[in-house]
Design a protein around this ligand. Structure first.
Ligand code: HT7
Ligand code: ZN
Length: 844
């Protein structure tokens, strides 16, 4: 397969003034008629006329009304064209029903829908399917379905047809079409300049009672973007559609966002607090793309972080404003470390702006999204709130209607603030997570912090010069008072020291407050200092971090030296749980333990080969010790944080339920599931029901609940996804692969639905100890199913291969077993480009 390089970018030889598309819908033989007005692009040298096109049957083509016979290959067509403006017309036939890859135009439960990012439009018609070719689109849909939707504003609508006009020039990846017998949950928004906007959430009949929360979230997002970023909505209508078969969470098509139904449908009976929070964030994310992604798009796919990093950053700010900023920050960092640090430390490491790819779908990664968002956060820290606001205003003013680059993005910051960001650019071009070594000394009232940065080599990049790192620091006096409020130190060299004078005693440093840069801090410290920070730090992130480090180091000592659970940790976490002045959601986070994967990486980094079974056993031992240490406290917390008011998915109630359910986990370890069963029987919302169900499964008492849950929810596909997933995630180490395999034989299992596939096989990879069982059956079951899925859905298959990305950490026997599975996948004849690229990179 061909590798595409950023350095080879050249503009397309033509511009497009107008696109008109007509769709004659038919499940197996849809006709797409296109009329495209091209003119030579004065900024391009290369005037070869190449249109992308895949899996299309060309019926006819003409230029300025004269039939032409282009050269057609599997990837597109070329044709002689005039060197003056001309009109290209073509008719193609496509087969939506046979499209199981869920890219292009496909069918889901009898409904037509599209997914065009990144390169799906080429499966709809011949077109320059690249993000730097923008055009206004007019669309006519002819079909018998009750609802016919596309981008932009509605035009003529009649029996069997509908027309849509999108005045905003857009690249083809933002095109969308939906047709089906759908029902809508309507809403309304008036922009701050007084423009009325019609809002709709479209769903399959039966799902109407799951739309209200999405609509509220959309309205909040529209308002927030006006208030915080000064961005108004720009069409008369905004439609959201829920689709069951979808490869990712959602898609920001102009004026017609399409959502995985799991990322939009919710009500208290069927969705957990976490589902509600995720839906609110995804609705916001897709809506915010209207400006950061749609009005200003990317020049090429190497610039993906330009829209994704910025939009993730914006949705995190939104969630922080709607809920608790501290809890959001801590949760984001937990996710960043779990997914992005893991990626950055393995064979799939790549820069936030990659330099090459084979299949762009493989680069919708935690690095591009989450690390991309961290870079925006660092920029904001470096230039300050005012500088950031000025730079963003300039960005919107200067680049509205453009397909922009990271260079354009940094240039507006340089101009708006006068800063030189040459060194900052390394964050975009260099892969890998920097290590930040911290030491200190104190003499005569002066305290000095010494920093040293280094970044390990990553695939294709050995040399890593220093990057600018904003390090937020505070100092605490021996009595716990803060003697220095948060200051941002700017580290620009490999080694650098910063001194603080006039201190009466050696302070305790609180370094990298708020996780001010995506780095790994290495500092030799002791548990007493961590307990001190857990008790006194005013920075909520570092307070939480101190508890997490205590837990992690205690666990590592158990694993390396056979130590007992650390009393200092047990006492400190109890003291924190008893502190009613702390937000319950924060306390619930502080009760969390490092994951099996975190511990495996920490052992590996320290030179020890991780044993997945031993890691799981150490965690079990610590959880049991905690339950015993807190046998008085846990029931008190459980009672104190029961929510008696009617269910609301807001931050306050969610935090209380999370803490109470954390306490239920402790209780279950000692009472064998009695309290969990009582909660399960009484639950009137999914948060309570699912928490109790998990506890019962973990206690080995889940059989009755498993049957009852299925009987109660068999009609609800999203709830049944949870049923599949929980059984696998909570299975005992030796059973996990068998449970997953058994569930693939369940009548409700379907390979064609990515949610169900992930709920079963993705869940196996999440059960780390089960997946890495010494027998190798976890590896075998996952590889078997990836091989089966690949011909149907390469995109989802390739993404799920990342379960194997950490394989080099493990012992020789496990490595050999994983290598054999990777080789077995690679040997499959006709393996997709997506999966071939992923597995080859992982295999190395
Ligand atoms: N911009 C979108 C990314 C995307 C996608 C979404 C659904 C299915 C396939 C997809 N490929 C790429 C989603 C987002 O980041 O908002
Ligand atoms: Zn996005």
């Amino acid at each position: 397969p061909q590798t595409i390089y950023l350095k080879d970018y050249t503009p397309f030889g033509f511009r497009i003034d107008e696109v008109a598309l007509t769709f004659r819908l038919d499940p197996s033989a849809t006709r797409v008629i296109s009329r495209i007005a091209f003119r030579p692009n004065p900024e391009a040298q290369d005037r070869r006329f190449f249109l992308h096109g895949e899996k299309l049957k060309l019926i006819s083509a003409s230029i300025d009304g004269q039939p032409v016979a282009p050269d057609v290959t599997d990837e597109g067509l070329t044709c002689e064209v005039p060197d003056t403006p001309f009109v290209w017309e073509a008719e193609v036939e496509i087969d939506p029903q046979a499209n199981t890859a869920l890219e292009g135009l496909y069918m889901s439960n009898g409904m037509y829908c599209t997914q065009c990012e990144a390169e799906g439009f080429r499966k709809i018609t011949y077109y320059p399917d690249r993000p730097d070719v923008l055009a206004p689109f007019d669309v006519r849909i002819e079909g018998e379905e009750k609802v016919l939707l596309s981008n932009g504003n509605p035009g003529a609508q009649g029996d069997g047809f509908a027309e849509w006009h999108d005045p905003w020039p857009k690249p083809a990846y933002l095109f969308a079409l939906v047709a089906g017998d759908l029902v809508n949950h309507p809403g309304h928004f008036t922009t701050r300049s007084g423009k009325p906007v019609e809002l709709n959430v479209w769903v399959r009949p039966g799902d109407e009672n799951k739309c209200a929360f999405a609509m509220e979230s959309l309205i909040k997002s529209m308002k927030w973007d006006e208030e915080v970023y000064g961005r108004e909505y720009d069409l008369d209508i905004f439609n959201i559609v829920a689709v069951d078969d979808f490869n990712m969470g959602a898609m920001e098509n102009k004026g017609l966002n399409i959502f995985n139904s799991a990322a939009v449908l919710a009500n208290p009976a069927t969705s957990t607090d976490m589902n509600f929070e995720r839906i609110e964030a995804i609705i916001a994310h897709e809506y915010f793309h209207n400006w950061t992604g749609n009005r200003i798009t990317c020049r090429d796919w190497f610039q993906l972080c330009l829209k994704e990093g910025l939009t993730v950053f914006r949705d995190s700010e939104f969630t922080a404003d709607m809920r608790s900023a501290a809890v959001k920050r801590i949760s984001d960092v937990i996710a960043l470390r779990a997914r992005q640090f893991r990626e950055d430390n393995g064979p799939l490491a790549h820069p936030v702006r990659p330099e090459s790819f084979v299949e762009i779908n493989n680069f919708y990664t935690a690095t591009v999204y989450e690390k991309g968002a961290e870079l925006i956060g660092m920029l904001k820290t470096l230039v300050g709130d005012e500088g950031y606001a000025k730079a963003l205003d300039l960005y919107f003013e200067r680049h509205d209607g453009d397909a922009a680059t990271i260079e354009d993005w940094l240039a507006v910051f340089e101009e708006a603030t006068g800063r030189d960001l040459t060194q900052f650019m390394r964050w975009y071009t260099d892969a890998g997570t920097p290590r930040l070594k911290v030491t200190d000394d104190y003499a005569d009232g002066t305290y000095t912090l010494h920093f040293e940065q280094s970044t390990p080599p990553t695939p294709g990049q050995t040399d890593k010069p220093p990057r600018v790192i904003p390090i937020a620091v505070g100092l605490l006096g021996p009595n716990g008072d803060e003697v220095l409020e948060t200051q941002v130190l700017e580290m620009t060299e490999t080694k650098q020291s910063f001194s603080f004078e006039g201190l009466g005693a050696k302070p305790v440093p609180s370094v990298l407050r708020g996780f001010s840069a995506p780095v790994i801090v290495e500092r030799e410290t002791d548990n007493a200092e961590r307990a001190f920070l857990l008790a006194h730090d005013t920075d909520p992130f570092n307070k939480w971090e101190a508890g997490r480090d205590l837990a992690r180091d205690g666990l590592l000592a158990m694993l390396r030296d056979g130590a007992q659970p650390d009393d200092l940790y047990l006492d400190a976490v109890q003291a924190m749980l008893r502190d009613d002045s702390l937000d319950p959601a924060f306390r619930w986070l502080a009760l969390g333990l490092p994951s099996q994967d975190d511990l495996a990486q920490a052992l590996y980094d320290g030179g020890t080969t991780p044993d997945p079974q031993a890691i799981w056993e150490a965690l079990e031992t610590l959880k049991h010790a905690r339950a015993e240490a807190m046998q008085d406290l846990a029931p008190k917390l459980y009672a104190q944080y029961q929510v008696t008011e009617p269910y609301q998915p807001n931050a306050e109630q969610s935090g209380a339920r999370a803490l109470a359910n954390g306490a239920l986990g402790l209780i279950t370890r000692l009472d064998g599931g009695a309290q969990a069963q009582a909660q399960y029987d009484a639950a009137d919302n999914m948060t309570q029901q699912l928490a109790a169900f998990s506890c019962l499964l973990q206690a080995g008492k889940g059989d009755a609940a498993t049957q009852a849950f299925y009987d109660q929810w068999r009609h609800d596909r999203l709830v049944i996804d949870k049923w599949f997933s929980l059984q696998v995630v909570n299975a005992a180490p030796e059973d996990a692969a068998d449970v997953a395999e058994r569930l693939t034989g369940h009548p409700d299992f379907s390979m064609k639905n990515p949610n169900r596939f992930r709920a079963t096989l993705g869940a196996l990879a999440m059960n780390a100890v089960g997946f890495h069982h010494a027998s190798g059956k976890g590896y075998r079951v996952l590889a078997d199913w990836l091989i089966k899925l690949d011909p149907l859905n390469p995109q989802t298959t390739a993404r799920m291969c990342s379960a194997f990305e950490t394989w080099r950490r493990y012992d020789a026997d496990r490595q050999a077993k994983i290598a054999a599975e990777l080789d077995r996948i690679l040997a499959v004849e006709g393996l997709s480009r997506d999966t071939t690229e992923m597995v080859s990179r992982i295999r190395g």
